[in-house]
Write a protein that binds this ligand. Sequence first.
Ligand code: F6P
Length: 370
Amino acid sequence: MSPSPIRRIAICTGGGDAPGLNAVIRSVVVAAINRGWECYGIRDGFNGILFPERYVEGGVFRLTRERVHDIGHLGGTILGTTNKGNPIHFPTRMPDGTIGEVDRSDEILQYFALKELDALVSIGGDGSLTIADALHKKGLRVVGVPKTIDNDLDKTMTTFGFDTAVAFATECLDRLHSTAESHQRVMVVEVMGRYAGWIALHSGIAGNAHAILMPEIPFDLDRVADLIHHRDADGHLYSVVVVAEGAAPRDGHTELQAPAEIGHAERLGGIGERVAKALQERTGKDTRVVVLGHLLRGGSPTSFDRLAAMRFGAAAVRALDEGLSGVMVALAFPNVNYIALEEVAGRMKAVPMDSDTLQTARDLGICLGD
Ligand code: F6P
């Protein structure tokens, strides 16, 4: 039996924000309205449904053509987002005072039934797509859209947000080159990338870094210090090192700001400082650290990300129109395609060791710390 026709859909954004979220929202809303559907936005992941009392103007609100007019170029998300509210494992204070997990997904399904919402477009990273998969398996019609600046989602050539993050990091590296050279310093630049080094690798090559350290390749700082010594000996008295927040030394561990808790992943950060200190000790050179952190998540999406976001949004609506559910829109150059959410949920895309981009870094003499 073919699924009933769509009349009303809801959209939510989950996890860390990324440039392009608003472009997806606009694209979904316009493509849906052009089919005669109504659109609603859920605030802050699913909090708009789970905690309606928090929102004076309603936790779920109508998205009209006017409401999404002129938002495609804006960073952030007009819906708000959260990386704390997984409804399947919702952190809740238990009767004994401890924090435990409660599955609140039925409340979401009940809300959709009550408000006669026919489907959900869930825009997010691995966490949000895993939730989307679980909701689909409970009977909700769901299409996922892959988002993350980290580009670590499997089964799509790229996620939107990544290109903007790389472009900004590259611009920062360009700026840091001149100051590093002027002061004959080592400049260590920490970029996001919890478990994958895509941002570090791509911006590092594009921004002419001399060393790139990433989670996929445990590093040895003696290798990096050797490179700096060689550069000095050749008369290049400065060096630029890019390090992903999730990179770790061969014999060490990642730098944690805060451990994982129920409903929240661990928070990384601090490896740049550690690398800089160690390189200063090993080379005797003046060393500085710049942490780009959340700057990489802000700003206007590049035209590549804007277009990817708009293609994803329109394709998500087409998927629902064609009766699909439980799929993620993916980029399989030159077109978009649909991948089952369960093939994506819980999977991470690290930089493959046989990637030609990685090989490019090696061919250019960039030190990868191994
Ligand atoms: O997943 C994207 C990301 O930017 C990671 O690289 C980073 O570790 C994380 O978000 C930080 O998230 P927040 O500080 O917002 O919790």
